[in-house]
Design a protein around this ligand. Structure first.
Ligand SMILES: Cc1cc2nc3c(=O)[nH]c(=O)nc-3n(C[C@H](O)[C@H](O)[C@H](O)COP(=O)(O)OP(=O)(O)OC[C@H]3O[C@@H](n4cnc5c(N)ncnc54)[C@H](O)[C@@H]3O)c2cc1C
Length: 486
């Protein structure tokens, strides 16, 4: 098979990430041995032996590269010659502004492309332990359903608290959508703590009537059930808030919504009946997570019910909550900036096991792991994508941008993340200017313009990083809102 003098890179897992990583390596002239267990051993969710099988929905979400972070990462991956995006484009089915695919056609196309590549060998076997020394450079891309023996081996290497088997995701809110005329910054009892200021949390006050209405809505809200094979992973006091609400009307007020040690800066003489706290989630300070608000409520119900909280009435959610079976490592402490395991640098991780979430994000991290490993194998410098790109901002979040909180240490504080504009660095001050001829420039329009500018900056910087032609016209003012073409 090999028409290369380079020794192969081994990739374990032929899902979204492993398939993309294999392609990137092989296209760079590096031979690949891809180990995929399906065909020999299945998972609880996959149904076929095809590579890059989509286990649930057939959607790659928004394909709008002008103002949607998912669309931007699609576009960046296309610029980088992504196999996953090429096959998705080829097998697209109508879905409005989203990119949805014929799942069998898509998986067949990925499988065929990898099997036909002269530098790729696909081996159907379960890898049960860490790679033997003779493998050299290796990428683990075994996903949320990594087989139990391999998960145990990873845990033995990384430490018990560094590998999670379930996520417990609390919603994350864009900081600039929180109403600070209602909310205020304060840590409970003004505690400064290590690295804190005494004003580390955003607090949302509720009076009794608001609290009662909120509890009623939680109890009535529609939830998503667990799959049979997931069990009911209520652990570590990580109960979904709606389950807490069902246990008694006062439970939340004595748990995540307790008002003690907090004084409303806008109304100091009136004690709040309950308080929702949000904690800074990323180093950029653009995202805040709702502390203790892990939930199984359906997404629609979450947005509606959480906007009942005073101060969150216009909240924009970067990510909604969830609780799923999901094997992932504590990447911010374990991995370096090129996805290498610090304790064993010949081993990289890619895909959902790194703490990103979703088909597209997993493939994107696979793309980066493949490129980094190819550069390393060829003795070239590894140049990660700029932080202003979607690829770079997702990578940075996983490998360090997330803040590990003091009161929720270890694996609990790092939860899986989708790509969103909250992960991107802020624009230069003064970038957002009212377009000529626009009389009233509303907050919503500013948000759209901010996204458009971030999207353009990302695509331009990504093209520079890859050394390809930029798909966006040079700088200049943004065209009228929602009419920007890439
Ligand atoms: C039930 C469920 C529903 C989901 N629904 C969605 C959804 O609707 N939309 C969405 O965007 N994301 C969804 N996800 C998340 C999605 O599966 C992942 O984002 C994506 O598939 C991750 O890509 P990956 O390559 O990291 O892992 P995977 O695509 O899961 O690929 C990992 C591969 O590794 C193989 N493997 C595991 N262990 C070993 C081993 N020891 N040796 C060899 N091979 C091994 C597996 O067989 C698999 O082929 C869902 C996940 C689950 C579990």
């Amino acid at each position: 098979m090999t028409h290369s003098t380079l020794s192969p890179v081994h990739i374990v897992g032929g899902g979204l990430a492993g398939s993309e990583a294999s392609w990137q390596l092989a296209q760079a002239g590096v031979p690949v041995i891809l180990h995929e267990m399906r065909g020999v051993r299945g998972t609880d969710a996959h149904k076929t032996d095809g590579l890059a099988e989509l286990v649930c929905s057939n959607s790659f979400r928004s394909d709008d590269a002008t103002a949607n972070a998912v669309g931007v990462i699609h576009a960046e991956m296309r610029l980088a010659g992504s196999l996953i995006m090429a096959c998705a484009d080829k097998h697209q089915v109508p879905a409005g502004g989203a990119l949805a695919v014929d799942r069998d056609g898509f998986s067949d196309a990925v499988t065929r492309a990898l099997h036909e590549h002269p530098l790729i060998t696909v081996v159907r076997e379960e890898v049960q332990g860490l790679p033997p020394a003779e493998w050299g450079l290796t990428i683990f891309a075994t996903g949320p359903l990594t087989s139990p023996s391999l998960a145990a081996a990873i845990q033995a290497e990384t430490g018990k608290d560094a590998l999670a088997f379930f996520d417990a995701i609390a919603p994350i809110v864009h900081r600039d959508s929180i109403d600070m005329d209602i909310c205020w910054y304060q840590s409970r009892y003004d505690k400064v703590g290590p690295g804190g200021t005494g004003k580390d949390y955003i607090n949302c006050p509720l009076d009794k009537q608001q609290y009662d209405a909120f509890v009623d809505a939680l109890i009535a809200g529609d939830t998503v059930g667990f799959k049979e094979w997931e069990g009911t992973p209520y652990f570590d006091g990580c109960l979904p808030i709606e389950v807490m609400a069902e246990r008694g009307r006062e439970t939340l007020r004595h748990g995540p919504m307790k008002p003690m040690g907090l004084t409303n800066a806008h109304n100091p003489t009136v004690k709040a009946y309950a308080v929702v706290q949000l904690r800074q989630d990323n180093a950029l300070g653009t995202l805040y997570n709702m502390v203790g608000f892990q939930t199984k409520l359906k997404y629609g119900a979450q947005a509606e019910i959480f906007r009942m909280i005073p101060g969150l009435q216009n909240a924009e959610f970067a990510r909604l909550g969830g609780l799923h079976r999901n094997t992932y490592i504590h990447s911010p402490t374990l991995l370096d900036h090129t996805l290498r395991l610090k304790s064993r640098p010949t081993l990289r991780f890619a895909g959902q096991i790194t703490g990103c979430e979703g088909y597209v994000e997993s493939a994107a991290i696979g793309l980066l792991a493949g490129r980094f490993a190819a550069a390393e194998r060829k003795g070239s410098e590894i140049v990660p994508p700029p932080a202003t790109t979607a690829l770079g901002s997702l990578l940075n979040h996983i490998t360090g941008g997330h803040i590990v909180s003091e009161d929720e240490p270890g694996k609990r504080s790092f939860q899986p993340m989708n790509i969103n504009f909250g992960l991107f660095p802020e624009l230069q001050p003064g970038s957002i200017v009212k377009p000529e001829g626009v009389k009233r420039f509303r907050g919503k329009d500013k948000t759209v313009m901010k996204r458009q500018l971030m999207a353009r900056r990302a695509l331009r910087d990504c093209a520079n990083w890859l050394g390809v032609a930029s798909p966006v016209s040079e700088a200049g003012p943004v065209e009228p809102i929602s009419a920007v073409g890439v």
